[in-house]
Design a protein around this ligand. Structure first.
Ligand SMILES: [Zn+2]
Length: 561
């Protein structure tokens, strides 16, 4: 890595499993840094290029098509194949994203509301959002898990090697063991999964049983850590953040430690000796990103909420925004309360400001909890996505819905039912109804991510509605059968891959008498679209009305019927 120029050159040696049951005549890899939209990459402008590929010590034929690298073998292989990929490239620079924030009111809304041709922009922006996973800001270099070739998953004698084209994250991999040598100056803090050892000119990273090996580095990272006990073994929980955000390190460690213990007790023990929470230069509304044995949390979430809302208001480009920005300095603003923002503008500006003020009050309460929700969510991915693997492009609800439900369980077990209910109201129900109203209505939850119209609809259905499905399933079969099935799911599919029906089957096995009701519930909440009846319009009704006031009506498509 050239840390000044932000270029890298690397050699990856990958052992590709093969056997006589499935002789391999080729292998497919992803260079996710080349996915459409990642740091501006396109099919003709790449972030990583391949120089040479060797197979079992011989130069081999290969083809790089955007993010997909296909390597030809000279003859069918029945034993493990050693593939060596020599490649080089760059890490795109970006400035910190002032308007970024998790949750609903991020840049998605401004792009939906502000853009001229709504259907065209929504369609275009629906694909491959750049979440800033592979990027460098002046403070943090995030290579994420995109810096090395990832072996595609092989299913039924075929490589699952279609280029990712959907929303959400792209990861889909079997578990591997990584050993990485990375040059880095002494004052550069490198964060990666597993154990890190300093060498003369860099670090050695050793991480086994991981689905990816993420790397983030900064000269400005401070860190704190604490050792906790999980099922009789010690786990070191560490948090890393830039100096400006180091005041939140203790909170990070505490949230992650509690989440690891809660999920371990409920789902099965976290198996590793360490876990890391690291500040990441994420953008486009993403609050965090799960990686094996660590999570990235968006820099913007470490900031005070007034600043968050300020960024959002600027990005909305509304009349009266200046006054609102001033009033946001007033940290006394609480849920639902009107701030006395003085507007001197035209009547339209007054109305817009008042309407937005009410909404901002609600949003502030939601935003205040977003830091904790995001960490709780990303930690739960250690069980769902990284433990139990699934296809995050073709079957995104399998991990995301259960993970978002699990984040609510964290609140229930740490603070009690009442708090959990309040969080569920904000982060699942309101989130669903607003997202569905603004994003084009409800859809089935089990669609590929590319099938959703935009991020708002995807978020509403997959993170909101389908997470609520698990509450109903729990209520239907009772805690014993429900949590028993979750423990079966983790125990049996940790190290393997599950699909949308795997967990349902395990719940049915634990509660055979309720099979018809379970299937009916699944059909209604996952395969069909009854969100507006089952969850209700809730805040979406007010919101639709408010948006009508702001934009003279009809600017936002209101819900599904
Ligand atoms: Zn997630």
């Amino acid at each position: 890595m050239d840390w000044s120029l932000l270029t890298l050159s690397a050699t990856a040696q990958i052992e590709v499993p093969a056997s006589s049951n499935d002789p391999l005549s080729d292998a497919s890899f992803f260079l996710f840094a080349n996915s459409d939209g990642v740091g501006g990459a396109s099919r003709t402008q790449l972030n990583l290029v391949v120089d040479e590929v060797w197979v079992n010590g011989q130069k081999a034929g290969w083809k790089l098509d955007g993010p997909v690298l296909k390597v030809k073998f000279a003859s069918p292989q029945t034993q493990n194949v050693r593939v060596e990929v020599r490649y080089h490239g760059l890490v795109p620079r970006s400035s910190p994203d002032a308007g970024a924030m998790g949750g609903l009111m991020g840049t998605d809304i401004s792009s939906l509301l502000g853009g001229g041709d709504k259907s065209a922009t929504a369609k275009k922006e629906a694909k491959n959002t750049d979440y800033g996973l592979y990027t460098a800001t002046p403070q943090i270099v995030s290579l994420g898990s995109f810096w090395s070739p990832t072996l595609a998953v092989r299913q039924n004698g075929k490589w699952m090697d279609a280029a990712p084209d959907g929303l959400g994250d792209v990861a889909f991999a079997q578990k591997s063991d990584y050993s990485v040598h990375l040059n880095a100056p002494r004052d550069m803090t490198v964060v990666a999964p597993g154990t890190l050892a300093r060498t003369e000119n860099g670090v050695t990273i050793r991480a086994d049983d991981v689905r990816d090996c993420a790397i983030l580095a900064s000269r400005e990272f401070s860190s704190k850590s604490k050792t906790i006990q999980i099922a009789g073994h010690p786990v070191v929980v560490s948090a890393y953040a830039t100096k400006a955000h180091e005041g939140r390190l203790d909170e990070c460690v505490s949230i992650a430690a509690n989440a690891l213990q809660i999920y371990s007790k409920r789902f099965g023990a976290y198996p590793f000796g360490e876990f890391k929470v690291v500040e990441a230069p994420m953008k486009s509304g993403a609050g965090g990103m799960e990686y094996s044995r660590m999570v990235g949390i968006a820099s913007s979430l470490y900031e005070p909420m007034g600043k968050q809302l300020g960024g959002m208001i600027s990005s909305l480009n509304l009349p009266g925004a200046d006054q609102l920005l001033q009033s946001l300095g007033d940290e006394t603003m609480t849920g639902g309360a009107q701030t006395p923002a003085k507007t001197n503008g035209a009547p339209a500006a007054n109305e817009a400001t008042d309407a937005l003020n009410g909404l901002l009050g609600q949003q502030k309460a939601t935003l205040d909890s977003l830091f904790e929700v995001s960490i709780a969510h990303e930690v739960a991915h250690q069980w769902w996505a990284i433990g139990v693997g699934s296809d995050s492009q073709r079957d995104p609800w399998v991990d995301e819905s259960l993970t978002n439900w699990s984040a609510m369980l964290y609140f229930e077990d740490r603070y009690g039912r009442e708090k959990a209910d309040a969080m569920r109201e904000m982060h699942l129900k309101t989130s669903y109804s607003m997202g569905a109203a603004l994003g084009g209505g409800d859809r089935p939850a089990n669609l590929p991510s590319a099938a959703y119209t935009n991020n708002l609809q995807y978020g509403a259905v997959v993170y909101g509605k389908a997470a609520l499905f698990y509450d109903h399933l729990r209520e239907l079969v009772g805690d014993e059968a429900f949590f028993g099935a979750l423990r079966d799911y983790y125990a049996r599919y940790n190290d393997a891959l599950a699909d949308g029906k795997t967990l349902r089957g395990l719940v049915e096995a634990r509660s055979p008498g309720k099979k018809p009701q379970i299937e009916a519930l699944y059909k209604r909440w996952i395969e069909e679209a009854h969100g507006s009846e089952d969850i209700g319009a809730g805040a979406a009704g007010d919101l639709t009305q408010m948006i009508g006031g702001l934009f003279g009506g009809g600017a936002a498509g209101a819900g599904d019927e």
